[in-house]
Design a protein around this ligand. Structure first.
Ligand SMILES: [Zn+2]
Length: 132
């Protein structure tokens, strides 16, 4: 006979454990962050370095700028695949990041603002300063 787990029961027990041991778990996690501060910082920096490299290599899709200080990721509605949009940060797992990057285009902050404004003009013209 197969051993099956009642997921609702399992999740409820897991949740209750967290509620009952909140202080202990928070203290442990706080201590872990203190003990592993350098490790965590390096991990985040290495992820961010990869992301900066990605953005600089691509450059702005609209104007071609390669200034890493201004490059951002724009979620393009046409590339959306039905999954929720997520903030692309250095904390994401590599496969999640690749999945998220597939929905984005690299643009500079200026072009990103213009794109956002033009989309808003299409979708919610009532909150825009000018009309088309
Ligand atoms: Zn640009």
């Amino acid at each position: 006979m197969w051993y099956t787990i009642d997921m609702n029961k399992y999740q409820a027990r897991h949740k209750q454990y967290h509620i009952d041991n909140r202080e202990k778990l928070n203290a442990r996690s706080r201590q872990w962050r203190i003990d592993n501060r350098d490790k965590q910082r390096n991990h985040i920096l290495s992820r961010l370095a990869g992301l900066y490299w990605y953005k600089v290599t691509k450059g702005c899709a609209d104007c071609g700028s390669q200034d890493y200080r201004t490059l951002e990721l724009d979620h393009v509605p046409e590339l959306a695949d039905g999954t929720p949009r997520r903030t692309v940060t250095g904390m994401m797992q590599p496969d999640t990041l690749a999945h998220e990057l597939a929905k984005c285009e690299v643009v500079c902050a200026n072009c990103h603002s213009i794109r956002t404004y033009m989309r808003r003009l299409d979708n919610r013209p009532e909150i825009c300063y000018t009309s088309k």
